[in-house]
Design a protein around this ligand. Structure first.
Ligand code: G6P
Length: 610
């Protein structure tokens, strides 16, 4: 989604803003712009397209200023073009505003402002907000107050930053629903929608909470609530390093993140497995373990890839811990008036910790009195902070829009939670030890699968021109089929569907002919024979069969057109391994089609609007 950066200090802000925007480009990228103010000069530069277009133009013009804000946009109101790009200005063109989110009552505000003589030149809700702030700024004669008072009239979600030529020594920021972080430096300060834009400059940050507004100067900051209560914000240290967000020699972030999985999964497990006792230890859930284990029901809610992880979690927890689990899309959960009892536990899974639907669902669940827990990657993110307790997956920064290493780390954490609950309920010490031992082997098994990269790249060549794909799996591997299909459609724009293999005969089988590639996830497990029968059904209709199978599986070789053999593990952990060839297959098909896999069209890494 949109990215926000800002700088105030003694240095030229332009390269700082451009660099920050590049680090945020993965969030949204249909247009980009900066607004800068220095003494009597105020300039806006904005362009349709990537940050590099903005960069070329501002460097050519040799712009310089000590105060500025920048934005990458992912269109919500109005098509992506130069006019709709941010920053937006008031009619007097002396106030600049960048905004992430949606102002829901912007039509009403627009009409009210139009009656007062304001004119509008773009289709955006942001321009309405710029003029609303202008209106109150003129009345209060104070930028901070103008913003604060204006926001009392606004409904919707926002992370905003405002600067004005009339008060050129400050940035005013505010947050409701969309993330906003202040980066604290020495005689200079920064703002951003994501710590990734700050880490090159400072590790000291202040997270704004909803309904908070802050005034930032080069020497400090102060914050109040929108209702005007004074706040004492604490400065926190972040641990992500600048190295962690580079491509590290890979052609794309996505490939780097796929290749990092032995390490990222190891990090998600580190210090959390006690082999002798056959249990797992999750510091973030300390004090809540018994309550979770005694829950009448567990609900897991999430979006996208995280929702697929939740589905695997359902199979894991029901089978091993014997607690009923329901999985629900956060976007449905939030508007459905779901039945939630005080003895329910609800996990919210989110890589970014900022997904608007997931955050809203969490708030709804909290209101209803359930125990609300987060499973997040980004430390200090909104969902992590709004949860009563939770577990970080420790996958490290994920920049590629298509989620890969976060998925396997989410599955690892769900397996840890499963062991924790199962051992408190019905899993024996011996079984616990076996499972813990097996989990320990997973990173090395992933490393082994990654050695198949070249083979999978070759296989990808054969399917570059496919227009459809089916992904089929059963049990734990049905969600893996969904995830494999999602990876392919996200980055290659090939239509792909995931199905439980046995459901194929109830519809999708009609699609199968010699042009339909069908990917089967068929490890040696309890339903293996059944999946082999499904493979036969596809072959009988001339479909092209690709199978993800285990090394010891001999039968499958005769049936499939292409087999990718990977190590085996216990069924509960198999999705962590089985998804890896599917990530690589999607990646190589997209690269061979000449597509930008890190920034696929229309998608955003972190969807902070509804
Ligand atoms: C977006 C991303 C997906 C991601 C989903 C949920 O749609 O493009 O890759 O799975 O949001 O994101 P979250 O950060 O909540 O896991």
């Amino acid at each position: 989604m949109c990215g926000i950066v800002g700088y105030i200090g003694n240095n030229n802000c332009v390269p700082i803003l451009i660099e920050g925007l590049k680090r945020l480009e993965y969030r949204g990228y249909d247009s980009a712009g900066i607004g800068i103010i220095d003494k009597n000069v105020s300039i806006i530069e904005k362009y349709k397209g990537k940050v590099s277009i903005l960069e070329d133009n501002v460097y050519k013009k040799k712009l310089s200023a000590t105060l500025g804000i920048g934005h990458t946009r992912w269109a919500t109101h109005g098509e992506p073009n130069k006019i709709n790009a941010h920053p937006h200005q008031n009619n007097d063109k002396d106030l600049f505003l960048i905004h992430n989110g949606i102002i829901e009552n912007y039509q009403i505000l627009k009409e009210l402002l139009a009656k007062k003589g304001y004119k509008f030149y773009s289709q955006t809700d942001t321009e309405v907000l710029a003029n609303l702030i202008d209106f109150h700024f003129k009345k209060t004669k104070d930028l901070f107050e103008g913003v604060r008072v204006a926001l009392n009239e606004v409904e919707g979600a926002y992370g905003i930053a405002v600067i004005s030529k009339k008060e050129p020594d400050k940035i005013v920021v505010a947050k409701k629903g969309s993330p906003l972080v202040i980066g604290v430096g020495r005689n200079e300060n920064y703002i951003a929608s994501d710590v990734n834009a700050l880490i090159a400059h400072t590790s000291r940050v202040v997270y704004l909470e909803d309904d908070e507004v802050a005034l930032i100067t080069k020497d400090g900051f102060k914050a109040r609530t929108i209702a005007n209560h004074k706040l004492d914000k604490t400065i926190e240290e972040i641990t992500v390093s600048a190295d962690e967000i580079t491509k590290g020699g890979y052609q794309h972030y996505m490939l780097k993140e796929i290749m990092e999985q032995p390490e990222s999964v190891r990090n998600s497990l580190r210090g959390r497995l006690l082999e002798k006792e056959g249990i797992s230890k999750l510091g973030g859930l300390q004090g809540f373990e018994d309550r979770i284990a005694q829950s009448d029901r567990i609900i897991i809610s999430a979006c996208g890839t995280s929702w697929h992880a939740a589905l695997v979690g359902e199979y894991m927890i029901e089978e091993y811990a014997g607690i009923p689990v329901e999985v629900e899309y956060a976007s449905e959960f939030r508007y459905r008036n779901p039945i939630i009892n005080p003895n329910d536990t609800i996990f919210f899974i989110s890589q970014s910790g900022e997904t608007a639907d997931t955050l809203a669902a969490l708030k709804e669940a909290k209101k209803k009195g359930a125990l609300v827990l987060g499973i997040c990657n980004v430390v200090g993110s909104s969902i992590a902070r709004a949860s009563e307790a939770g577990v970080y997956i420790h996958a490290g920064p994920e920049i590629g829009v298509a989620s890969t290493k976060a998925f396997t780390a989410q599955l690892s954490v769900l397996a840890l939670i499963t062991i924790l609950l199962a051992r408190k309920r019905r899993m024996s010490h011996m079984d616990g030890r076996k499972l813990v031992k097996e989990m320990d082997l997973i990173p090395d098994k992933i490393a082994k699968i990654l050695t198949l990269n070249k083979k999978i790249e070759k296989l990808a060549e054969k399917f570059v021109n496919a227009t459809n794909f089916l992904y089929l799996g059963r049990g734990y591997n049905f969600p893996v089929a969904l995830e494999g299909a999602l990876k392919l459609k996200e980055i290659s724009y090939i239509h792909a569907e995931g199905y439980p293999a046995a459901e194929m005969k109830h519809g999708p089988i009609a699609l199968i002919d010699e042009n339909m590639p069908v990917v089967f996830i068929a490890p040696l497990d309890a339903v293996h024979e059944k999946v082999l029968s499904n493979i036969q059904e596809v072959k009988a209709r001339k479909g092209k069969v690709i199978v993800i199978a285990n090394e010891l599986d001999k039968k499958v070789d005769k049936m499939a057109d292409h087999v990718i053999k990977i190590p085996s593990t216990c069924p509960l952990l198999a999705p962590i391994l089985n998804v890896i060839p599917l990530q690589l297959l999607a990646y190589h098909i997209a690269v061979k089609k000449g597509l930008n896999v890190d920034q696929p069209r229309n998608l955003a890494k972190s969807v902070t609007v509804e």
